[in-house]
Write a protein that binds this ligand. Structure first.
Ligand code: AMP
Length: 191
């Protein structure tokens, strides 16, 4: 299997690049943010619970997102591989993911980390906020999402670096040129 963690701060372009990747590599895209937003749109109990956390830009508790990902992996056992987008966002999530994949006799192939300067991220997110309809694309929530990223999520890159699986990609430029850089990394791995 080809199992990729697409990593980077809010606004790095993970969702956009995921779309191109699933088309080319026929992988199953697992975005915890998208799954949570679908729960909100469906008016479920989980959605109601998650919405008040997400609107502030805080992280949803580990056990909630770990269970969501576990269910999705079990529901897609025939997949050629997965793109994890927005997950894992904490060290406990990364450890749980390693265990889940080991149980299926597979593992993360690599983490592709998109690097973008902070002022570029803020301007992208403010622009997205004008069209996305996302309740967390406002200045207060954006600031909090960056804080959460620096405090809890950035250590996840070291977690994969220790496993020699971290690849840093320049996330600035045209969508095609960024995609080519990601393809360059993935060419070292087979499904
Ligand atoms: P995203 O679409 O990835 O930017 O996620 C939007 C929001 O969903 C985040 O700010 C968190 O509140 C929540 N969320 C998404 N993925 C996770 C995760 N892996 N762990 C905790 N919270 C998450």
């Amino acid at each position: 299997m080809l199992n990729i963690v697409l990593f980077g701060p809010p606004g790095a372009g993970k969702g956009t690049q995921s779309q191109s990747l699933i088309e080319k590599y026929s992988l199953v895209h697992l975005s915890t943010g998208d799954i949570l937003r679908a729960e909100i749109a469906g008016g479920t109990e989980l959605g109601k619970y998650a919405k008040q956390i997400m609107d502030k830009g805080d992280l949803v508790p580990d056990e909630v997102v770990i269970q969501m990902i576990s269910n999705k992996i079990d529901a897609n056992l025939a997949a050629k591989g997965f793109i994890f987008d927005g997950f894992p966002r904490t060290i406990p999530q990364a450890q749980a993911l390693d265990e889940m994949l080991a149980q299926k006799e597979t593992a993360i192939s690599c983490m592709v980390s998109l690097t973008v300067p902070e002022d570029e991220l803020v301007s992208r997110l403010i622009k997205r906020g004008q069209t996305s309809g996302r309740a967390d694309d406002n200045e207060t929530a954006i600031r909090n999402r960056f804080n959460e990223y620096m405090k809890k999520t950035l250590p996840v890159a070291s977690f994969y670096q220790n496993q020699h699986k971290l690849y840093q990609i320049d996330g600035v430029g045209s969508l095609d040129s960024i995609f080519e850089r990601i393809e360059g990394v993935l060419s070292h791995f087979s499904a």
